[in-house]
Design a protein around this ligand. Sequence first.
Ligand SMILES: Cc1cc2nc3c(=O)[nH]c(=O)nc-3n(C[C@H](O)[C@H](O)[C@H](O)COP(=O)(O)OP(=O)(O)OC[C@H]3O[C@@H](n4cnc5c(N)ncnc54)[C@H](O)[C@@H]3O)c2cc1C
Length: 264
Amino acid sequence: MKINFSKYSSIKIGPTADVLVIDESVKIDENVFIVGGANNLLISNNPPPLAMLDKKYDFIYIENNSLHIGAATASGKILSFAKKHNINGFEILQKLPGQLGGMLKMNAGLKGFSISDNVLFVKTFDRVLTKEECGFGYRTSHINSLIYEAIFEIKEGFDTVLFDSFKKARTNQPNLPSAGSCFKNPEDDFAGRLLEECGYKGKCLNGVSFSDVHANFLVNYGGGTFEDALTLIKEAKNDVYKKFGVNLELEIQIVDKSVTSKKI
Ligand SMILES: Cc1cc2nc3c(=O)[nH]c(=O)nc-3n(C[C@H](O)[C@H](O)[C@H](O)COP(=O)(O)OP(=O)(O)OC[C@H]3O[C@@H](n4cnc5c(N)ncnc54)[C@H](O)[C@@H]3O)c2cc1C
């Protein structure tokens, strides 16, 4: 299938590329990059081979008092289900865009809560991983293969107070196309604060800019390119290192044949 990533990705940058659609449990080659909802990706014009899950992995149901969710299920659908069935632990999904597979791989979350909080098992091609085996950490996991489904413990009581507080926390986010937080927060500090102190809040390069609403959101005003975004990211990372000695780690995933997030 051909996907135009300048439309599909949340930051609206990327080429039209062939994407292999996976509709059965198969071993995926290590050099293939798995695309979920593309809410955390910066895709170049020279990407590695790409694959994504078929819509048949978009499901959510309760069985034997556990919650089964397909990895292609969108966060909004999971949140609605949790609200309707009075299930606790998915309140963070308010305005957190993604599919379950991408959210688990990144261990997406907010304010100390994350998608992995109530996970029991994660199904991959040949294994059913326990939560411990997944190695969930701050915006990371040890899951290195395609996720098909996850099973969650059901905890009763959708928390409307928590839900409202997450909703409020979203008010300082830009409404422009972005890929969420650009850098991970370093321990006991905020990437946004460091960027702001280095003059990056609102700093533009052609169509790409660090947001003037929240410095750690890289936004696309329109016409922004992969190269613009990468240049701005590298400059910001260097300047923060020079001023504070802090080596910011990218949260956004770079999807390119030769550049990886870790190499920047
Ligand atoms: C406006 C906005 C707000 C955001 N707010 C937050 C926030 O509060 N907290 C937060 O944590 N993130 C946030 N994000 C980032 C993003 O929502 C998360 O990283 C989310 O987990 C991305 O899911 P995705 O399906 O889009 O994954 P993608 O961006 O497509 O992929 C992300 C990673 O997951 C891998 N992946 C995708 N699907 C699978 C699969 N089935 N199996 C194995 N690996 C897979 C990819 O290879 C890649 O490494 C925000 C993004 C935006 C645009």
